[in-house]
Ligand binder design. Structure first.
Ligand SMILES: [Zn+2]
Length: 342
C-alpha cells in the first residue's frame, strides 16, 4: 500500500513539474488565443507589426523579390511570432494586474519590459559591468605579475598559477559577453552559447580551486586532476548542444560544481595561514548567498529587476575582491619563493 502512495505522489509531482515547465502564462487560453489571432492579423489591439505582413498564401506582401526566399520568410514568421508573444504577454499582464493578480511566467520566462528591443536591459547592463570588472581584474593581474613582480631569468613568473589565472580571466570575460548577448536577445543559439560558456567557466574554476587549495605544482599531478574534469565538462557541453538541452541536468551539474568549489575554498580558507584569507572568506560567503538569489526566483520589479538580475549585480563587487585576492596570492607566493631561493 505504501508503494501505491509513492507512485501516486511521484505521478502528481511529475505533473506539477511539467505544469511549471510549460509556464502558467502561456497555458492561459486568453493568451493562446491572442497569439493565434495576432499571427493571422499581425495586430494586438491597435498595435500592428511589420514582421507579420503575409498574404493569404503565406508570402510576404512587401519587400523586394530577392528577400522573398524561404529562409527569409521563416525568419519573418519567427519574428512575427516573437512580437506577437511579447505584446500578448504585456496585454495579458496588464489585464491581470487590474484584477489584482500576480505576474506569471510565459514560456519559462518572467514578463520583462523591453527597451529598444533589448529583452532584459538591466541584466544586459550588469553583464557588461561584470565583463568590465573581469577585464580590469585580469589586466591588473597581468601588470602585477609581468611588470611589478620580479621574473625568473627565462622571463617566467615565480607565481606558479599565472597561466591558470589567465585562462580563468579569458573564460570569465567570454562568459559575461555571452550572458550580455543572451539577455538582450534570447534565441536557441544565444542560449546555448551562454549556458555552455557558464559551465565551461565553472568547470575550470573548480579545477583551479583544487589545484590552488591543494597546492598542486607538479605537472603530472596537475594533468591527473585536469584531464578527467575537462573530459567531464566537455562531454556535458557536447551533450547539451548536440543531444538534449536539459535544463534540469544542467542545473544539477552547474550548482554541483559551484558547491564543490565553494567547499574547497572554504576549507582552505580555514586551514591556510594565507595573509589574505579574509578576502577568500568574503567571496565564498558572498558567492554562496548570491547563488541562493538565483535559486530563489521572484518576478521582475516594475518589469525590470528580477532575482537573476540581482544575482548579476552581486557578482560585480565579488569579482573586484576576487581579483584582489588573486593579486595578493601572486605577491604572497612570489615573496615566499624568493625567500627560499636566497
Ligand atoms: Zn544571466
Amino acid at each position: 500500500m505504501a508503494q501505491m502512495y509513492w507512485i501516486v505522489f511521484l505521478a502528481a509531482l511529475s505533473c506539477l513539474l511539467r505544469a511549471i515547465d510549460a509556464s502558467a502564462g502561456d497555458a492561459d487560453p486568453l493568451y493562446k488565443n491572442c497569439v493565434e489571432q495576432c499571427e493571422k492579423s499581425g495586430c494586438v489591439g491597435k498595435r500592428c507589426f511589420q514582421h507579420c505582413k503575409f498574404s493569404s498564401d503565406g508570402k510576404p506582401i512587401d519587400g523586394p523579390w530577392y528577400l522573398q526566399e524561404p529562409l527569409y520568410l521563416k525568419w519573418k514568421q519567427w519574428d512575427c511570432r516573437s512580437d506577437c508573444r511579447y505584446h500578448c504577454m504585456l496585454a495579458r499582464e496588464e489585464e491581470r494586474e487590474k484584477l489584482g493578480e500576480k505576474p506569471v511566467k510565459y514560456h519559462g520566462k518572467w514578463p520583462f519590459q523591453r527597451v529598444y528591443g533589448i529583452q532584459e536591459p538591466v541584466a544586459v547592463a550588469l553583464s557588461a559591468l561584470n565583463l568590465a570588472m573581469q577585464f580590469h581584474g585580469w589586466v591588473s593581474f597581468f601588470i602585477l605579475v609581468y611588470y611589478k613582480l620580479p621574473l625568473k631569468q627565462n622571463k617566467i613568473t615565480y607565481y606558479e598559477y599565472t597561466g591558470l589565472w589567465h585562462i580563468y580571466g579569458i573564460l570569465s570575460m567570454n562568459s559575461w559577453l555571452w550572458s550580455a548577448v543572451f539577455h538582450s536577445r534570447d534565441v536557441e543559439l544565444t542560449e546555448k552559447l551562454d549556458y555552455s560558456s557558464a559551465v565551461a567557466l565553472i568547470g575550470f574554476s573548480l579545477i583551479l580551486s583544487i589545484l590552488r587549495a591543494f597546492n598542486v605544482r607538479d605537472e603530472a599531478a596537475r594533468v591527473m586532476i585536469l584531464a578527467p574534469l575537462i573530459a567531464f565538462v566537455t562531454t556535458h557541453i557536447l551533450y547539451l548542444n548536440l543531444y538534449k538541452f536539459d535544463y534540469g541536468l544542467n542545473m544539477i551539474v552547474y550548482v554541483g560544481m559551484s558547491i564543490v568549489q565553494l567547499i574547497v575554498w572554504a576549507v582552505w580558507a580555514v586551514v591556510t595561514h594565507h595573509p589574505s584569507r579574509w578576502k577568500l572568506w568574503v567571496v565564498v560567503v558572498g558567492g554562496g548567498l548570491a547563488m541562493l538569489l538565483d535559486i530563489y526566483d521572484f518576478p521582475p520589479y516594475k518589469g525590470f529587476v528580477d532575482a537573476h538580475a540581482l544575482w548579476h549585480a552581486t557578482t560585480i563587487p565579488l569579482t573586484y575582491l576576487w581579483w584582489n585576492f588573486i593579486r595578493d596570492d601572486a605577491e604572497f607566493r612570489t615573496s615566499a619563493l624568493l625567500k627560499k631561493t636566497k
